[in-house]
Write a protein that binds this ligand. Structure first.
Ligand code: HAM
Length: 415
């Protein structure tokens, strides 16, 4: 059998794991400052959850979901995103009954059948946050501030926020804008790409973020949604913009930003890093005040975001933490193993050569692992019940009794 990894997936190890851990650690710190609690949801859910929440007409649901049937013929989907799931969890666990507002964060793999390229995978990882119960722009501001703080923590300050409002479902808001947009697009139908000609009537907003040059040219003069939303949505958006200004957040208004998931209402945003290029958002999110209702639950205003961890990992260089491993070399396997175990139990990072090669080769390995001290258990040391401790920086060597060597190392490590 020829072993091969599945297209669009990858193994993450070595420095990549260090980058993932670094970003996750910083994210945990920022989330805890803002009172977010971790939530872990299943990797698969019923397909309907995403079909109803993310939207039948979206690329994610229509083209990109990994679907499977269980042994009873139920249709399941590997999660393409987690917002719908977290909402499902809040509803099925009655969590809003315990509190007027809730804040959650999550890390984990998502699955989308997309064309793999740099920073785009079929199994990719997200860091996300969802904030439930607060209808005012304070919540929108909070999520943007979390993102800004997180990017600062991972030393990526060259970021830009793109912001838009896509209104709500009130008849004088998005539905009325959609009609205006369709009327405009119909007069330019000849110049639209095949994809946009098809979705012009059922999902006209998506035409605004088509990457095709001709569609970009056509929609440059299209009516702008933020001029067409209802008064409440306009007030919400302008209040948010004032708050962002007051917090010195740099953002640009992007009337083309509509997002690829149907559950959004009002504020939508994406965050870009200068180093990822214009096509690849580091993250995105927005309000989804109508999603609970779609699932038949009482209305709960909500907003959130998700960041692409794979993409962030491409940009970060974790600070190197100083570690001080010791390496035990010796001629007697049992004594070596005993000392190694004692060190590890005392929280000292400790390595040894499992093959017990020659002393010379064991020293070579100690060097290779960047040992801080080498603990030598040679013939002489064993006879006298001693350990020679060699400092690998200055080559100085001291002899310590076997019984007290661990204490000696611990003292040195704590200075
Ligand atoms: P999304 O824009 O679909 O939003 O994904 C968020 C981020 O996940 C993207 O900006 C990107 O960095 C990353 N991402 C998406 N697809 C891939 C891929 N194939 N490979 C690598 N990275 C990818 C959502 O998922 C929403 N649930 C965000 C949200 C949370 N909205 C409200 N709350």
């Amino acid at each position: 059998m020829k072993l091969k990894i599945v297209k669009g997936t990858r193994d993450i190890y070595g420095d990549d794991v260090a980058r993932f851990q670094y970003i996750e650690e910083k994210a945990r710190k920022v989330f805890s400052l803002y009172g977010y609690q971790e939530i872990r949801t299943p990797i698969f859910e019923s397909t309907d959850l995403f079909a109803h929440g993310v939207g039948e007409g979206t690329d994610i649901v229509g083209k990109e979901m990994y679907l499977l049937e269980d042994r009873r013929g139920r249709s399941l989907a590997l999660r393409p995103e987690a917002t719908a799931q977290v909402v499902r969890s809040v509803i099925t666990n009655n969590l809003m009954q315990q509190s007027s507002h809730l804040r959650f964060f999550y890390f984990g793999p998502m699955f989308r059948y997309e064309q793999p390229q740099k920073g785009r995978f079929r199994q990719f990882y997200q860091i996300g946050a969802e904030y439930f119960g607060v209808p005012t722009p304070d919540a929108d501001l909070e999520l943007v501030l979390i993102l800004r703080q997180l990017f600062r923590e991972i030393q990526l300050s060259e970021i830009s926020f793109h912001l838009n409002t896509i209104g709500c479902q009130a008849p004088d808001c998005r539905p009325s804008y959609k009609n205006k947009l369709i009327a405009f697009l119909e007069t330019h139908a000849d110049a639209l790409c095949e994809n946009c000609t098809r979705r012009m009537h059922d999902n006209p907003l998506r035409v605004l973020d088509c990457k095709n040059d001709s569609c970009i040219a056509v929609t440059a003069d299209a009516p702008k949604i933020h001029d067409a939303v209802c008064n409440e949505c306009r007030d919400h958006f302008s209040e948010l913009c004032h708050m962002l200004d007051a917090h010195h957040v740099r953002y640009s208004l992007n009337p083309r930003l509509v997002r690829g998931l149907d559950y959004y209402s009002r504020t939508v945003f994406e965050v870009f890093s200068d180093n990822l290029g214009a096509q690849n958002a580091a993250g995105g999110g927005g309000r989804y005040d109508g999603l609970f209702e779609i699932y038949g639950a009482k209305v709960v205003p909500a907003i959130g975001f998700a960041l692409g961890l794979d993409r962030l990992a491409l940009l970060t260089a974790p600070e190197k933490k100083e570690v001080k491993p010791v390496f035990v070399v010796g001629t007697d396997r049992a004594s070596v193993c005993k000392l190694v175990a004692a060190c590890r139990e005392a929280d000292i990072i400790c390595h040894y050569d499992p093959f017990q090669s020659s002393m010379k080769s064991q020293f070579r390995q100690a060097n290779k692992t960047g040992a801080w001290k080498v603990l030598i258990l040679g013939e002489e040391e064993l006879k006298q019940d001693l350990v020679s401790v060699k400092d690998m920086q200055d080559s100085g060597q001291v002899s310590i009794s076997r019984a007290s060597v661990v204490e000696h190392l611990k003292k040195q490590l704590s200075v």
